[in-house]
Design a protein around this ligand. Structure first.
Ligand SMILES: [Zn+2]
Length: 64
């Protein structure tokens, strides 16, 4: 016997199941998710810049 699950989606922000339209369970969740995504993107860029700087420092150290 299978329990009937009402038509639902999973929130793109918190992954909770919810009934309704859109990608997020609430507008707040969408805002938080977008902010987190931006923050993660910035962290990724920062990581990239740091690794390039470390690489340059390593090259300079080798050439000294
Ligand atoms: Zn959510």
């Amino acid at each position: 016997m299978t329990e009937k699950i009402p038509q639902h989606r999973h929130c793109a922000g918190c992954n909770r199941a919810f009934v309704g339209e859109g990608r997020y369970c609430s507008p707040e969740c969408g805002t938080t998710s977008t902010a987190n995504l931006k923050k993660r993107k910035r962290q990724l860029i920062l990581l990239y810049v740091v690794s390039v700087l470390v690489l340059i420092a390593a090259l300079v150290a080798v050439n000294l």
